[in-house]
Ligand binder design. Structure first.
Ligand code: UN1
Length: 417
């Protein structure tokens, strides 16, 4: 399966395997979770009464996933949904249908061995029109959609119009803050993997690095050197870090964004070209770009799904870096590199990062499945995967049980018959 993920998406082999590992991990989590779908109990204000809440299956869950994590995102949703007692219908990205077929073939076997009908999991291959149909269908109480903000707005509108439930995990514009107190070696490792890993095509990809003026030049020099030496190439080959973009349209978006940002005043430090040679004939292998920019440039405000890292300088206290980092429409992932507890706690406080994920001394990507995954603002507000994310796949019911021989009313209401 890992190999197939690499074949279909172009992500490096290690990441193909890593994605399948996420599937295995979520299966483990879901099995344990199946015994822990807990509600609360609470005491009643009335004598000889008992109250609690419980969770029931929602029924049918629609899953819309993106090409960049073609199998893990399905499994985050499907494995939780199924232990919650739901069945699923999945629309994978039309760019990655093969891995979806492979998932179904694997799960089919598991279902057969356990005498469960195959229809518990099903999928439908198609484009936006299928996503729209699922979103409008009143038989599907929950649509979980992962992808661009543009797509999510359409899904959210359609599901909202019928007052259905949606779980949206959309675009990010993730930043790493590097303060004067950062361990630069650590920060550089995180920045490079965050920015160029998966060829910049993760929703958690590091798109901005916000650097204190006193360490800016040294960081720029070191990043430039690493960028000039990146192992780019055949994703199946050992030692390669950057594979190709998903298709030529992605290359065009990459080049267009670079052109725009330079027009807006950005400075290309290195990279930003398509690799053309005998070995790289597809036009989808690119040199990741490092660009000096300002946060307010329109192109920096957007998520371009490609390996472009914007370097933004800040001066003054960490609150200034946090202001810059929050000053975008998206709110998925964020991190700070600093060994100063005052700075890191400020970043994590209620006036700190406004993202769904906020990390200290680790990068923006590569979240573990044990935590709830998702973000705020235009990222959509949904949470998938671990923690109590399972609750969205169930309907909650509050129960009051009277075991007395009287019928006292709440709120002290008295009446005679
Ligand atoms: C995505 O890009 O939609 O945190 C998911 C990460 C991965 C998941 C990314 N575990 O980078």
């Amino acid at each position: 399966m890992g190999k197939l993920v690499t074949w279909e998406t172009g992500k490096i082999m290690q990441e193909g395997w890593g994605e399948v590992q996420e599937m295995i991990d979520i299966c483990d989590l879901a099995v344990g979770l199946s015994r822990q779908l807990h509600g609360f109990t609470m005491h009643s204000e009335r004598p000889e009464h008992r109250m609690y809440d419980q969770y029931h299956p929602l029924g049918l869950v629609g899953i819309i996933s993106a090409f960049n994590f073609p199998v893990a995102v399905w499994s985050w949703n499907a494995m939780l949904a199924v232990v919650c007692g739901d069945v699923c219908i999945w629309k994978p990205s039309e760019k990655t249908p093969l891995t979806a077929v492979a998932c179904q073939n694997i799960i089919k076997q598991v279902l057969k061995e356990n005498q469960v009908p195959e229809g518990v999991f099903s999928y439908i291959i198609g484009g936006a029109e299928i996503g729209a149909k699922l979103s409008e269908d009143t038989r599907i109480p929950l649509i979980s959609a992962t992808g661009s903000t543009r797509m999510g707005k359409k899904v959210g509108e359609k599901v909202g119009a019928r007052l259905g439930r949606s779980l949206l995990e959309l675009g990010g514009n993730n930043a790493i803050i590097v303060t004067e107190k950062a361990d630069l070696d650590l920060a550089i490792r995180a920045i490079v993997f965050g920015a160029v890993g998966t060829c910049g095509q993760r929703c958690t990809t590091t798109r901005r690095v916000i650097v204190h003026e006193n360490v800016y030049d040294v960081l720029k020099r070191r990043l430039k050197k690493i960028y000039n030496d990146l192992p780019i190439g055949n994703p199946f080959k050992q030692g390669i870090l950057v594979g190709p973009l998903i298709d030529q349209a992605a290359t065009e978006n990459y080049l267009a964004a670079l052109k725009r940002v330079v027009k807006e005043g950005g400075k290309l430090i290195t990279g930003g070209t398509v690799i053309e040679s005998k070995e790289f004939k597809t036009g989808t292998y690119v040199n990741p770009a490092l660009v000096e920019a300002k946060n307010e440039f329109p192109t920096v405000q957007e998520e371009t799904f490609a390996p472009i890292l914007y370097m933004i300088k800040y001066s003054g206290p960490v609150t200034e870096a946090i202001r810059i980092q929050n000053d975008v429409k998206q709110g998925l992932s964020s991190s700070i590199f600093s060994n100063d507890i005052r700075e890191t706690e400020t970043f994590l406080s209620h006036f700190g990062s406004d993202c769904g994920i906020a990390n200290v001394n680790i990068g923006t990507s590569g979240a573990e499945i044990g935590g709830a995954f998702g973000g705020e603002k235009e990222t959509g507000g949904g949470r998938e995967s671990g923690s109590d994310a399972w609750k969205i796949y169930m309907r909650r019911q509050t129960n009051t049980i009277n075991f007395s021989s009287k019928l006292p009313l709440a709120q002290g209401i008295k009446f005679d018959l």
